[in-house]
Design a protein around this ligand. Structure first.
Ligand code: CO
Length: 148
């Protein structure tokens, strides 16, 4: 985006509405094998595990400073992550950007005419509120807005 920022955007913050990288999500076929790799290769331990049945995924979170690596595996083949693995194979699935107000960021994106996966915020893992932005609207990257 070029030109002056809309007045609603906070000034003086280098990331604008994005306060942190919340997580980098990696789709894997075998969650235990991926957890084991991060433990052996980097000494990195899982700080949170959660099964999110509405999304058909199980996740293991590894903390890196104030962000996470989110290892994701499908709990059913027809879930979005299941279809992604089938289509693309293992690898980077999405990036989670931490925001203070998920709904407010969605409003900005709607005003810009961005294609969204979630028109309204919904519950995510860890008790967060989230919304996904379509990769076609964001240079090929599936974006998750994460409000803690
Ligand atoms: Co995520």
């Amino acid at each position: 985006m070029s030109g002056p920022l809309p007045e609603a955007l906070p000034e003086g913050l280098p990331g604008g509405l994005l306060s942190e990288i919340d997580h980098v999500a990696i789709a894997v076929k075998d969650l235990e094998a991926a957890v084991d790799f991060y433990a052996k290769a980097f000494g990195a331990a899982v700080v949170h595990r959660e099964r999110v049945d509405s999304d058909g995924v199980e996740e293991a979170l590894i903390a890196v400073a104030d962000s996470y690596i989110q290892l994701l595996t499908p709990t059913r083949a027809d879930s979005p992550v299941g279809r992604y693995l089938e289509r693309t194979g293992e690898g980077l699935h999405h990036v989670g950007y931490r925001v203070t107000d998920c709904a407010a960021v969605l409003d900005v994106l709607k005003d810009l005419g961005c294609r969204l996966i979630d028109e309204v915020p919904r519950p995510g893992s860890r008790g967060t509120t989230v919304a996904f932005v379509h990769p076609k609207a964001a240079f090929g990257t599936l974006i998750e807005l994460v409000e803690e």
